[in-house]
Design a protein around this ligand. Structure first.
Ligand code: PEP
Ligand code: MN
Length: 262
């Protein structure tokens, strides 16, 4: 399998490519305010927001739904940032495409299910859009690779993997154990595949984001996806791990980047 480099589908992207934005789109004001602040950071080229939220238990905020896609269009018009949302079903794909979303991502809870992955991959056949694939919730490299292969077989070639850590029943300092050996093995088995790290869902806590981001850079990952919110403590989802756009700027400034091998 050949994977085009990130630079070929994200104009102006340099290492690290940074994708940032709130865990969830909450209101048009929150989405635009966050985007305006992020657009000032030179690494940030792509704006993320969860529109349909996969919640572990029912009864919690499940996302603003399709209404949020129009807010993402405004982000693109007003900041020039590319936009990305999580899709979990073919109707999400259809809606996102109809609203001009630039890049799709598939979440950890969807990647675990081969039926969902197959259905999503088939809904993307003939569609020319890049897709980012998070690791499955459980530490199963084959499942992660299988999801990527299903997309590739359906004609999607602009693919990136996102390492967001793995569920483990033992309590550790992380929300999701990084198990770095798994993305390292993915990079070995799928050479050329762009790999980003999501320090937010690995950490589960804003105090760990700097060090997890640094580890990803030390492993020569291509970029970061970081959850950012103008008032993180008031965020409707994942409030403990979100950071302000200003803190993201500081974290990125503190990163030590070594020259990439090969
Ligand atoms: C998210 O990015 O907000 C999200 C739900 O992530 P994950 O699929 O990694 O849990
Ligand atoms: Mn989140």
């Amino acid at each position: 399998m050949n994977f085009p480099p990130l630079q070929s589908w994200i104009p102006g992207s340099q290492r690290p490519l940074v994708i940032a934005g709130p865990c969830s789109a909450e209101s048009e004001v929150q989405v635009l305010e966050t985007a305006q602040a992020l657009a000032k950071l030179p690494w940030v080229k792509v704006y993320r927001a969860g529109i349909w939220k996969p919640r572990t238990r029912p009864g919690l905020f499940e996302g603003v739904g399709t209404a949020g896609l129009a807010w993402m269009s405004r982000v693109k018009e007003e900041t020039g940032l590319l936009t990305t949302v999580e899709v979990a079903r073919p109707d999400h794909v259809k809606d996102a495409l109809a609203h001009g979303i630039d890049i799709l991502w598939i979440g950890a809870r969807t990647v675990v299910n081969p039926f969902s992955m197959q259905e999503l991959a088939e809904s993307l056949a003939g569609v020319d859009i890049p897709v980012m694939v998070k690791n499955p919730v459980n530490p199963d490299l084959k499942l992660w690779m299988g999801a990527i292969e299903r997309l590739h077989k359906n004609g999607i070639t602009r693919i990136a993997a996102i390492h967001r850590g793995f569920f483990q029943s033992e309590k550790t300092q992380y929300r999701n154990a990084p198990l770095w050996e798994i993305p390292i093995e993915l990079m070995r088995q799928m050479p050329g595949l762009p790999v980003l790290c999501d320090p937010s869902h690995i950490s589960g806590n804003r105090s760990l984001i700097q060090q997890v981001s640094q580890q990803a850079m030390d492993l020569e990952m291509d970029g970061l996806m970081v959850e950012t919110h103008p008032d993180p403590d008031k965020a409707w989802t994942d409030s403990v791990q979100q950071i302000t756009p200003e803190s993201l700027g500081e974290i990125l400034n503190n990163l030590i980047l070594r020259e990439q091998k090969g």
